[in-house]
Design a protein around this ligand. Structure first.
Ligand SMILES: Cc1cc2nc3c(=O)[nH]c(=O)nc-3n(C[C@H](O)[C@H](O)[C@H](O)COP(=O)(O)OP(=O)(O)OC[C@H]3O[C@@H](n4cnc5c(N)ncnc54)[C@H](O)[C@@H]3O)c2cc1C
Length: 210
């Protein structure tokens, strides 16, 4: 665990008293801008032994220590997916009631109404699956519950945020409406904390075959 002073902005350079350097720069991303990912470069950067996470017992086994945190991270990602779907549905409903075309609110045209119904169904299923995984995790279960919830919720978030953009029509593509951001933010959820393919192949199907 390498500590450094707080910096503002998109890049930093921290020089240790002994001359070691830690440099970082934010990697520009298409969405998910509330929390940047940084590229880090360590040069002759020395740390005290107390910085070693897990102590001697976990020396050279950091990967397994990291793996132990994945269930919580995946459950948290499922929760983020549910949150972004919830926001997408709420905004879409409000817009579909307010926006009138051909003499009727778009919520009362069949095709947008079908989309809204499908969005609500997917949101509810993802939310219940995530709650179920959270309950099981609290009672000691581990994989694949969190992976199932993460895989399904993040995949559904892509489709629900796409439908939201569709309900908004041209305004959905405008940066001034939140649904354009939801769409971009949702896209990363099937990538981080384990890509959907790796979760399906390595975690879920492996557990099933066992
Ligand atoms: C915005 C953002 C924030 C992030 N934040 C963090 C963070 O806070 N902490 C952190 O540790 N990481 C973070 N990551 C990294 C993220 O977890 C990885 O990018 C992700 O797990 C995928 O790994 P990779 O990029 O190495 O892709 P790769 O492993 O190179 O995968 C590329 C492709 O190959 C496929 N693939 C890979 N391995 C296999 C396999 N064994 N079998 C079949 N297919 C396979 C994948 O499904 C994918 O389609 C972040 C990433 C992003 C984009």
């Amino acid at each position: 665990m390498a500590e450094k002073p707080a910096f503002t902005g998109q890049s930093f350079e921290f020089v240790q008293p002994g001359g070691g350097v830690l440099r970082g720069r934010a990697i520009p991303t298409i969405g998910y801008r509330g929390m940047h990912s940084f590229e880090l470069v360590f040069e002759d950067f020395f740390l005290p032994l107390s910085a070693l996470v897990g102590g001697d017992e976990w020396l050279n086994r950091g990967f397994y220590l990291q793996m132990g945190g994945f269930s919580v991270g995946r459950l948290q990602t499922a929760g983020r997916a549910v949150g972004v779907m919830d926001a997408a549905l709420a905004d879409s409903l409000a817009y579909a009631i307010e926006r009138h075309v051909f003499g009727r609110a778009i919520a009362h045209h069949q095709l947008p109404a079908v989309m809204l119904g499908r969005m609500a169904t997917r949101l509810t299923a993802a939310r219940q699956l995530s709650y179920r995984a959270a309950r099981r995790l609290r009672h000691g279960a581990d994989q694949p519950e969190a992976s199932l919830a993460k895989l399904y919720s993040s995949k559904m978030a892509e489709s629900v945020t796409r439908d939201a953009m569709q309900v908004f029509g041209g305004m959905g593509y405008a940066e001034e409406t939140n649904v354009s951001r939801y769409f971009l933010d949702a896209r990363v959820l099937t990538i981080f904390e384990g890509t959907e393919e790796v979760l399906a192949l390595r975690v879920i199907s492996r557990t099933l075959s066992r």
